[in-house]
Write a protein that binds this ligand. Structure first.
Ligand SMILES: C[S@@+](CC[C@H](N)C(=O)[O-])C[C@H]1O[C@@H](n2cnc3c(N)ncnc32)[C@H](O)[C@@H]1O
Length: 373
């Protein structure tokens, strides 16, 4: 395991998913500064980490703004809309890609390039122009790159959230010029790994530390809160949302299931189709759903997952952990920081921020066993 003290810059920090993942990876180091323009997410970040993220747009950061932290690691989770159909798939032409493109441009101009770079994004990023530009720059500046597409289901967590991850390590200066991999060669032969552990991994360290890998994904019930009648009412899906959903096969799950679908930032709103699963709380024996007759679904008392349940599925450290799964997620000596929302944050704002965030457990493993190994 790497012994160097790691000083991270966290770009597009949101509620700090990458910061939690870094802490959970137990790598020696700290996040020295974070950057985000969303004031609501920043207030949550400050509440939990005691430090304000920098609100200057990442697309206008100067070399000095970055160099003054003397960081040797960049953690990056840029907006995903440029690569999604909902966001019109404009890729590098999308305004929301400007921050990432700026970081790619600024990288070779730094006097000290970061030794480590981690990036998280959605499926389809791997086919984008932005990824091509990033990989090009990383090859030209002499980084060794690992890319993968993984879902928490592969880690025993019953939530599907297929995401693209890139890990890049700076090669030492003694690396011979003739051994530099040219961008077009890299792009021609690149493997996007899709299994965990990755086939390229040095598995020895991983196996030594992970004796009890989950053989199966855990039940959803492990992650659910015991809600009383009043609390359940707060999360019931309004009848009008269901009745309007003629022929939309939205995802209904039972507490005994081993999987729920990806929660997006529209979860909890009237977009009940494809924004995340709904839990059936009544008539659990009935699963032959007729989506052509939405009124037949009303007696199932469908409810939204609570923000706390989603945070738990995303493996954020919470004060009230109920799950027995991912035993090594929170070691008994873990004493924070935890994810908590300040009181003024509404439920819909919580859903939005959690939908934008990431799975801290998956990222912590990638940091520990790929980036910093
Ligand atoms: C996919 S989310 C990242 C969420 C984060 N990883 C988390 O765990 O919450 C992208 C974030 O980028 C921020 N953002 C978008 N454009 C930005 C820009 N130009 N400068 C700084 N932050 C930006 C958004 O406010 C949002 O919080």
């Amino acid at each position: 395991m790497n012994c160097e003290y790691v000083k991270c810059l966290e770009f597009f920090s949101g509620i700090g998913g990458l910061h939690y993942a870094f802490i959970l990876s137990e790598i020696k180091g700290e996040v020295v500064a974070s950057f985000d323009i969303n004031t609501v997410a920043n207030s949550v970040y400050k509440h939990n980490f005691g430090k304000d993220p920098i609100t200057k747009g990442i697309d206008s950061l100067t070399i000095e703004d970055i160099e003054k932290y003397k960081a040797n690691c960049w953690l990056i989770s840029p907006p995903c809309q440029p690569y999604t159909r909902g966001g019109k798939s404009l890729d590098d032409k999308d305004q929301r890609a400007k921050g990432l493109l700026h970081l790619i441009d600024i990288l070779p101009t730094l006097s000290d390039l970061p030794n480590y770079i981690f990036l998280e994004n959605v499926l389809n990023f791997e086919k984008s122009k932005c990824r091509e530009k990033l990989v090009n720059q990383l090859c030209l500046t002499n980084y060794e790159i690992t890319e993968c597409l993984l879902t928490p289901l592969q880690f025993g967590i019953p939530n599907d959230r297929l995401r693209y991850y890139l890990m890049a390590r700076k090669r030492s200066n003694s690396f011979e010029l003739k051994d530099i991999i040219l961008p077009h060669e890299y792009l021609k032969n690149a493997t996007i790994h899709q299994t965990w552990p990755l086939s390229s991994m040095l598995k020895k360290d991983y196996q030594q530390e992970n004796h009890s890998e989950p053989s199966d994904t855990f039940l959803l019930s492990t992650y659910l809160e015991k809600l009383n009648g009043e609390e359940i009412k707060k999360y019931l899906v309004p009848e009008k949302y269901i009745l309007k959903s003629f022929n939309f096969r939205f995802d209904i799950v039972l507490p005994t299931d081993h999987k729920c679908s990806c929660f997006t930032k529209s979860y909890g709103s009237h977009h009940i189709y494809s924004s995340g699963s709904l839990i059936q709380t009544k008539n659990l024996e009935f699963t032959n759903y007729n989506f052509e007759d939405p009124s037949s679904l009303l007696n199932l008392e469908l409810r939204f997952f609570t923000p706390e349940e989603i945070a738990r599925l995303h493996a954020f450290p919470l004060k009230s952990q109920v799950q027995k799964s991912c035993d090594d997620l929170l070691k008994s000596n873990y004493n924070g920081p935890y994810l908590e929302f300040p009181e003024n944050i509404s439920i819909i704002q919580k859903y939005r921020m959690l939908g934008n965030s990431l799975n801290c457990f998956v990222v912590s493993k990638l940091l520990r066993y790929i980036l910093f190994l």
